[in-house]
Write a protein that binds this ligand. Structure first.
Ligand code: MOS
Length: 724
């Protein structure tokens, strides 16, 4: 049986608030945590079917041109070598969801340095790696390829341009204005688990264990890449060691392992090296941004301009959506937004950790701080007075909006001093000490989702969906939602994820996972409750379940009487998507110290206050925020991809040279979860959390650096050489 909910209206009469079990909203630890920390959680590369061969990818050592010949004989006689796969399908690139959009990426055409072009398969990994190193590839290089955005004429990106009122006029009439350029560097997703796939072909069906975020799309991408029917494929992704965008689409290791397994008729494992993950999976584009802010004498914005230049390969449709939250964050009558894209031959630019806001907000919120100083107003106050009543471009109401509460509660919890803010006032020994703040915003998305919920005769529950848990807590929150709805402790709920044979979930991406798949489980459980209510002689709305029984009545096992009840919950975002602007909001506060002699910045304290609708589990939610804040520290201080200006190859391609902040870099981070329900955002009244914690935090640090030592910087990351 199945139950379908297409949300067209806000869901205000929410069941979840009146349940009796009391398991939802509890700060439970992740139910998969024990398996992970004891090493019993099997990640993709750890599947070892009998007779498994090992494959190593070979990547291009030119920037742009044609592979004229791959001399397979150069390695086929090496020890253990089984085959060299250079099948045309390997690099036609369903990879990263760009199959149709980048026709120039054929196996014989190289578009960027590091592009995978072949797979060497051998009996052992070492043999494959050795042979891959020795494989002779003959190229014909094309004319010099532009590898830097400075060298090309950018083009306007469609659908992003906004022009309202007269910004130039607003700027010239303004009592106070700023016109500043910011730059941000490219970023890597930098997931801990490298890309990995183990493929098995039984002559009829191909089963691939791969580390992926979005099985619902990935199965179609893989079918396209292999030119096969989807029903001959099974993708399994039970545990994923982080994705952060890099595993949204199928990459070459998965395609290559699949091709090799079918050709050789034996299982094949392909794991990318750390360097390959960095060099060929995906990058966040570098950005150049111009912020124009015009304000009246009291600080009310009258003009708002944000334009950005990003880059990508020719033919790719993705452009870092830098302006995403600038469309609605602050009111201003005159508005100008524009996104330009430069076509260059560096690796594909795609979604990396909070695409858009992760780099757009640090620039916008840095400029807001400059404006606050010019006006002589408390920066928190400047944000508060510019919060719009409704979406300033679309005229739509907000689904719910907690920016003001986040700013106030955050300031209170941090102990923000709203007094006069002069830079270079406090010094402790070698260290200048200062504070800064910034707003956070990240658009909220939901996506169609299906999950099967089965209540078994023994009173346990099984939840099945192809949804993944990339370390975010999906297993746990789904057990909590089902447990709450059906009156069960979570140890009575088994959650089975990451198998393409299950109903299609929304995948883990764009922070839409929990709200989308949680709603599908909610819908499935509600249908089961209908059936239970009928059996118990009451209505679903009246049915109270807890501890495996009807409260004051029969046990579930008695009600089931040997039957199981199985319902496929199907949630679809309906017209409501067009009726509201939906976003998570927040506020960051930071205290930093900057070394007078070395320019080194250390974070003393950092706090984020966030509102993202219903908190399903305060512990996993807080952990998401901690991760986000940590990334924002990376944007502010350490993370930068460095490309060689001659051939566009990535220079720093490991976690030592590309530094994501680690525990040693972090102070105690504080998180304030602002109470919110968003009935228009999703049927479970929850919004996205995952990426919000990253969106703007870097500006709180930049603003604190200025307040500490007086260095007003416009380039992220703010490394010591820039601070000095
Ligand atoms: Mo996210 S960058 O959509 O995984």
């Amino acid at each position: 049986m199945s139950a379908h909910l297409k949300q067209d209206e806000p869901d205000t009469s929410n069941r979840l608030d009146n349940m009796r079990q009391g398991v939802l909203g509890k700060p439970l630890s992740r139910i998969d945590g024990l398996a992970k920390v004891t090493g019993t959680a099997t990640y993709s590369a750890e599947y070892s079917p009998e007779n498994c061969a090992e494959g190593v990818l070979v990547t291009a050592t030119i920037t742009r041109g044609v592979v004229t010949r791959i001399d397979k004989d150069s390695v086929l006689s090496m020890p253990g070598v089984i085959s060299v796969i250079d099948d045309a399908r390997l690099t036609t690139r369903a990879a990263q969801g760009t199959a149709d959009e980048a026709p120039q990426q054929s196996p014989r055409t190289v578009c960027y340095w590091g592009q995978p072009i072949a797979l060497v398969v051998a009996e052992t990994f070492e043999q494959a790696r050795d042979a891959a190193k020795h494989l002779k590839v003959i190229y014909r290089e094309n004319e010099a390829a532009p590898v830097s955005p400075d060298l090309v004429e950018p083009k306007e990106h469609e659908d992003e341009t906004v022009r309202q009122g007269d910004l130039a006029r607003a700027m010239s009439d303004a009592a106070h204005s700023v016109d500043i350029a910011y730059t941000t560097k490219g970023h890597a997703s930098a997931a801990m688990e490298p890309h990995a796939a183990v493929a098995e072909w039984d002559g009829k069906k191909l089963t691939v264990h791969a580390s992926l975020q979005m099985l619902n799309f990935n199965i179609t991408e893989l079918a396209d890449a292999l030119d096969m029917d989807e029903d001959k494929l099974r993708l399994v992704s039970r545990f994923v060691g982080g994705g952060f965008g890099s595993k949204l689409g199928v990459s070459e290791e998965t395609v290559a392992a699949s091709l090799a397994a079918m050709e050789l008729e034996r299982p094949v494992r392909v794991v990318m090296s750390r360097q390959q993950v960095f060099q060929c999976v995906m990058r966040r584009s570098e950005t150049t941004q111009r912020l124009r802010l015009a304000a009246d004498k009291d600080g009310k914005l009258t003009g708002f301009g944000h334009q950005a230049l990003v880059s990508n390969l020719p033919g790719e449709t993705f452009a870092e959506p830098v302006l995403q939250s600038s469309h609605f964050l602050y009111a201003a009558e005159s508005r100008e937004l524009k996104l330009n894209v430069a076509r260059i031959h560096q690796m594909t630019a795609g979604s990396v950790r909070a695409p858009g806001e992760a780099v757009g907000m640090p620039a916008l919120e840095g400029a807001m701080d400059v404006l606050a100083e010019k006006i002589g107003i408390d920066p928190v106050e400047l944000r508060l007075i510019n919060i719009p009543e409704e979406d300033p471009e679309q005229g739509l109401p907000f689904s719910s909006h907690k920016l003001a509460e986040c700013l106030k509660q955050g300031a209170e919890a941090f102990g923000w001093d709203s007094g006069h803010r002069e830079p270079r006032v406090k010094r402790e020994g070698e260290w200048w000490v200062g504070t800064g703040m910034a707003s956070a915003a990240r658009v909220h998305n939901v996506s169609e989702a299906k999950a099967r919920v089965t209540l078994k005769p023994d009173g346990t529950c099984l939840v099945e969906t192809d949804m993944t848990d990339i370390g975010t807590g999906t297993y746990t929150i789904l057990a909590q939602i089902a447990g709450e709805m059906l009156g069960l402790e979570i140890d009575k709920v088994l959650v089975d994820l990451g198998d393409s044979q299950h109903p299609r979930g929304p995948g883990s991406g764009g922070s839409w996972g929990a709200a989308s798949i949680g709603s599908a489980v909610y819908v499935g459980c509600k249908a089961i409750r209908e059936e239970l209510a009928t059996r118990a002689g009451t209505s679903e709305a009246e049915l109270e379940l807890a501890e495996g029984r009807v409260v004051g009545g029969q046990t579930l096992t008695a009600l089931l009487d040997g039957d199981e009840i199985s319902e496929e919950g199907h949630y679809e975002p309906g017209d409501i998507k067009d009726d509201y602007t939906a976003s998570g909001f927040g506020a960051f506060f930071a205290q930093v110290r900057v070394n007078h002699f070395t320019g080194e910045t250390r974070i003393d304290r950092m706090l984020g206050a966030f509102g993202f609708g219903r908190v399903l589990n305060p512990k996993t939610a807080r952990s998401q925020c901690l991760g986000g804040i940590t990334w924002s520290i990376g944007v502010a201080l350490t993370e930068a991809l460095e490309f060689d200006p001659r051939d566009g190859h990535l220079v720093n391609c490991d976690l030592a040279e590309y530094h994501v902040p680690v525990h040693r870099d972090l102070p105690e981070l504080e998180v304030v979860l602002v109470d919110e329900r968003d009935p228009a955002a999703s049927p479970i009244q929850a919004k996205g959390i995952g990426e919000l914690g990253m969106c703007g935090g870097a500006a709180a640090i930049a603003n604190a650096i200025y307040n500490a030592c007086g260095a007003r910087l416009f380039e992220y990351p703010m490394t010591p050489d820039r601070v000095l």
